[in-house]
Design a protein around this ligand. Structure first.
Ligand code: GCU
Length: 662
């Protein structure tokens, strides 16, 4: 009788698991080991640091294999916060230089376990590609999230510091499991209020939780904080009163958060205040803060995302402002540069600042939140996009000068190297709005840890840990993920088109948006420049000459219409509608087929997913399915809107074998 009841309970439990799965567990679905198993092996740690204790705890709870000894070795400086794992049948030895290394090793072992990899004769050494692997939250103090599509901010400011949501720890653990060790918790369009004593105490609440997972807190700061918060006459970085205010503020921060990481600054960009308001340069502004932070070994991440309404091509402006300042930045300033020269578009060539800055530290900023990629409605796996930038060869120091090697310390040695990405995390139950957007958080962390990992491998790991270890399931979902970024480029902006989004919210298409009376550089026509002759932004020497900001090797390729890869064609060239493409089609026909292909690719993604119905719990299956329906509708919307609009210039028919606009 008892047995039958247990069996019944088991079935009800399994059924409900298959039915209700809200995605809140992310990729961390380890199940605790049985008491029996735990008895037969030991997990020891020679360090008492809370991070090491956490490592020991994770393994003691979830590791189903042999005994493990965790050890710190102060001699192994070359490991940084990485680790070494050696072992065989009955014992594994983990060595790290930092306690965080032990924690990363613990998650590495659990990942091997969860993806069914062999753990018998391990000989692994992992050294992270970047010292600082950072998330940037664009979270406001009222809990709205700029460009956030997963609910409100995770940080419950009203309850902090007295009440700590359990999600803070879950967040820190998820980050640590993929090697993320830094977080900027507030929007780059920063409220000065974040530096008030009241908020610093709230922040202490968060940082005390994060510290146990090896994560340091950083803050975005508003350059006018001294005047607004401190009542100084201005916020001029050379004003002694202003400097004193920052000094005292930094001292106060360290009195509550002793391991505070530093500041992220968006200055003189999109209306934000900055040193230029007082006739000072970016370098003078950054160095003032850097000098104050230096005694604490802290950093300033100074953003290069700057542009103004002017007759100059927006794509050129950051380079024009920053290259003349090269060599003037202090050594604890890192210039944080968006991956492309415009703004997180579905596809951009790399930002020419990479490599062009010879004497300044540089880091990449990616965007995980899908501001320009269908918000949290579209399934777009971003690892291929991240990888495309990191692997791009700038040729700035000759062949092999990839963006990754410029920023990871190989070509420009730096005391601290870093990488950042704008988070896609909110208080939605599944954290990211779309279940598959979790993969982008995961993939960013994995690439920040090791920029040589392949997107395919990362997808496989994520699918196995998040959904199923079934090989066919993994293969099918992986293919869907790997196609998704190209699909989005195709149905939104193929062939190098960019920024033809609806004004400000950036969700759907609005290529016709040119006459709203707003800033021309915020209007789509500025970017596609369609006319009766052709379409595309001429950035060659005949046009804005943005091409000249790249090294000669790259400029020769992108600047030559015959050599320029199709994917960047309309980024660099204004191309006649009748121009014969590499495919033999006219530009107009090619454009039509690309848009159409994007739609087809999304429909194929739907078919793949529908076939997997019996292999996914019902809740996640249905939620992804309904998002894919939105995506398919949106893809048609994009295709129709863009083709019908561009057709008013091309005056050419849409090829007969393309789905008619509805
Ligand atoms: C984009 C985005 C803004 C954001 C800005 C930035 O322009 O639309 O919301 O503030 O990037 O990166 O600073």
């Amino acid at each position: 009788m008892m047995k039958i009841r247990l069996l019944l309970l088991f079935f009800i439990f399994s059924f409900s698991c298959l039915y209700a799965e809200d995605g809140s567990k992310l990729w961390l679905r380890y199940t605790p080991v049985s008491k029996e198993m735990a008895k037969n092996r030991s997990i020891t740690a020679d360090a008492k640091n809370p991070v090491a204790v956490q490592a020991q705890h994770e393994l003691a709870t979830f590791w189903k294999g042999q005994s493990i000894d965790l050890k710190l070795d102060k001699k192994l400086t070359h490991l940084k916060d990485g680790f070494k794992i050696t072992g065989h049948r009955d014992r594994i030895k983990v060595t790290a230089h930092e306690p965080a290394g032990l924690l990363y090793a613990a998650y590495h072992l659990l990942q091997l376990q969860e993806t069914d990899q062999q753990v018998l004769n391990l000989n692994v050494e992992e050294i992270p590609s970047f010292n600082i692997r950072m998330l940037n939250h664009w979270d406001n103090l009222d809990r709205t999230v700029e460009r956030g599509y997963a609910g409100y901010s995770l940080w419950q400011w009203d309850d902090l510091p007295g009440q700590l949501s359990p999600r803070y720890e879950a967040y820190a653990r998820a980050n640590a499991s993929i090697g993320i060790n830094a977080t900027v918790i507030n929007n780059v369009n920063a409220s000065p209020q974040i530096l008030s004593s009241e908020y610093l105490l709230k922040l202490k609440g968060l940082s005390d939780v994060f510290r146990r997972y090896g994560i340091k807190v950083y803050l975005s700061v508003n350059f006018s904080s001294p005047k607004i918060l401190g009542g100084t006459s201005d916020s001029d970085p050379l004003n002694p009163q202003v400097i004193l205010w920052w000094k005292n503020k930094v001292k106060e921060i360290y009195s509550v958060i002793p391991d505070f990481g530093g500041f992220l600054v968006k200055a003189n960009s999109e209306g934000q205040p900055g040193p230029q308001d007082y006739g000072r340069t970016h370098a003078e502004g950054a160095n003032m803060l850097a000098a104050i932070l230096k005694p604490y070994q802290a950093l300033v991440m100074w953003r290069a995302f700057v542009y103004n309404p002017s007759t100059e091509d927006r794509a050129k402006q950051a380079y024009q402002e920053f290259v003349p300042l090269d060599g003037q930045f202090s050594d604890n300033v890192i210039i944080q540069i968006k991956n492309g020269p415009i703004d997180f578009q579905p596809r951009e060539p790399f930002n020419p600042l990479f490599g062009a800055l010879k004497k300044s530290h540089e880091m990449v900023e990616f965007q995980i939140t899908q501001e320009y990629l269908g918000f949290s409605n579209h399934l777009v796996y971003l690892a291929p996009l991240f990888q495309e930038t990191l692997d791009h060869d700038t040729y700035a120091d000759g062949k092999g000068s990839t963006v990754a090697r410029f920023t990871d310390g190989t070509l420009r040695p730096a005391r601290k190297t870093a990488i950042a990405a704008v988070a896609n995390i909110g208080d939605d139950t599944n954290w990211t709005g779309h279940h598959f957007a979790q993969a982008n958080w995961y993939a960013y962390g994995r690439l920040a840890w090791n920029h040589q990992l392949a997107s395919e491998q990362i997808a496989e790991e994520w699918i196995a840990m998040t959904f199923s270890k079934d090989k066919q399931f993994i293969a099918a979902v992986k293919e869907m993920m790997m196609t998704s970024r190209e699909a989005a480029v195709n149905y939104m902006m193929p062939l190098g088109l960019h920024h033809i989004f609806a004004f400000d919210h950036h969700y759907g298409p609005e290529p016709w948006g040119d006459q709203k009376g707003g800033r021309p550089d915020w209007m789509p026509w500025y970017y596609h420049q369609a006319d009766t002759i052709g379409v595309g932004f001429d950035r060659t020497a005949r046009g804005s000459n943005a091409i000249s900001q790249y090294s000669p090797h790259v400029a020769n390729i992108y600047g030559d219409i015959l050599l320029c890869p199709d994917q960047y064609l309309l980024w660099f060239h204004h191309v006649p509608w009748h121009y014969t493409m590499k495919s033999g089609l006219s530009l107009w026909d090619e454009l039509c087929y690309q848009y159409d292909l994007g739609v087809k690719q999304v429909r194929d993604m739907q078919k793949v997913w529908d076939r997997l119905e019996n292999q996914v719990d019902q809740q996640r299956f249905a939620e992804v399915q309904s998002k894919l329906k939105i995506q398919a509708k949106d893809a048609v919307w994009w295709k129709d809107a863009c083709l019908l609009y561009f057709q008013t210039y091309s005056k050419r028919p849409i090829p007969y074998d393309i789905e008619r606009p509805v």
